[in-house]
Design a protein around this ligand. Sequence first.
Ligand SMILES: NC(=O)c1ccc[n+]([C@@H]2O[C@H](COP(=O)([O-])OP(=O)(O)OC[C@H]3O[C@@H](n4cnc5c(N)ncnc54)[C@H](O)[C@@H]3O)[C@@H](O)[C@H]2O)c1
Length: 428
Amino acid sequence: MKVAVIGTGYVGLTTAVSLAMNGHHVIGIDLVEAKIVKLRQGISPIYEPGLEEALRQVLAAGTLAFSTQLSEAKDADVFFVCVGTPEADDGTADLTYLYSAVAAIKEVHNSALQKRVVVIKSTVPVGTGDKVADLLDGCQELSVASNPEFLREGSALLDAIEPSRIVIGVSDPSTGEVMEQLYKGVNAPRVVTTRANAELIKYASNAFLATRISFMNELARLSTALGTDIATIAHGMGLDSRIGPEFLRAGVGYGGSCFPKDTIALLQLAAQNGISLSILEKVREVNATQPVWFLQQLQKLVPDCRGKRIAVLGLAFKPDTDDIREAPSLSILHELTEQGAAVFAYDPVAEDAVKQSFPNVTYTKTAEEALAGADAALLVTEWKECVQLDWERIRQSMAQPVLLDGRNAWPAQTVKQAGFTYIGVGKS
Ligand SMILES: NC(=O)c1ccc[n+]([C@@H]2O[C@H](COP(=O)([O-])OP(=O)(O)OC[C@H]3O[C@@H](n4cnc5c(N)ncnc54)[C@H](O)[C@@H]3O)[C@@H](O)[C@H]2O)c1
């Protein structure tokens, strides 16, 4: 099939590459010319494991091309909308990019062709697909499907190739058939439903995952007070098949481009409908205070950070991505610099994204460099470069052997044996 993918960010680029790998003829469209120039050269503007190699393969095979002009894709059978839906000032999802992409499709599509489908992959509030269908009402040959994306940054391509499920929201069977043809050969459970259901499945999934994280983070505070070990507790809980082991890791809080904005957007959607989602409100509250709680643990060992050298390892909101949107590292850097600490930070790929906001932080080329001479070290993102360290050597190089493990990823026994004072999240 001929496919246009509008927006070549984390979701759009991954979608474009995976569809091209499956033999579709894909054109990726983006407003940002610099991105398109890079993409045409086989350079990925984002960091995702395996994505650049796959991009080069499909470019060489001729199944993927890029343009800034949607008119070059006017004959597409399917138009994927993968543009950002960021948080507006009032917490709702800002649909400006989405509606402008839809207007562009309406303008350029070739009305002489057979039925075509506009697929909304961006995360959008319930009712958006119907509104888009209304906007396209005059175009008989265009129908609208909701097809939310569930990929995880850090394993985006793998998740796109082997998705956990494919959710398809349609209002007529023939649109569903086009979607089925599009995903032919992709082995994943299908949920074919209404557009509204599909839209809510996405928000509900993210809200539930955020809930699990905040539940464990709050429990970790109790675990610290009781002297119990949250990792062991999570393991014991996760063995229950009704609970499962995923998303039970306590840490410094969730971040990224989805959970923070999607939870507030869901709360706003609920409020607009006269419903209070009080659990979700608490989830957000716990998450907002988790970095603060984490830094309170540091205070137990370094009561006054002024003039102290503090190493921060990891800046991306999670490993294997360069995405720093809403990353807990940002509030941690803010707080430490406010307190007058000399912060030395390391991240294998996310340094450039953080630099502009925190010019007073010293960025190092290695974790070891950040740790040398430090009065305390904080693990914020569990990159393997930040976790697999020669602890004997690090012990020699630090001014004070103080480790604060925000991801419970450092080997507690080993570092204690090496002479460090170690505090994890919710660990005795
Ligand atoms: N990032 C994730 O992990 C993830 C996962 C699932 C769902 N989502 C959802 O998918 C959507 C996209 O997220 P993302 O992280 O890929 O965003 P992103 O910011 O990385 O990329 C969006 C891209 O769209 C482009 N764009 C905006 N308006 C355009 C237009 N009119 N025409 C062409 N290009 C345009 C931007 O230049 C940008 O490159 C959001 O709704 C998000 O909530 C994201």
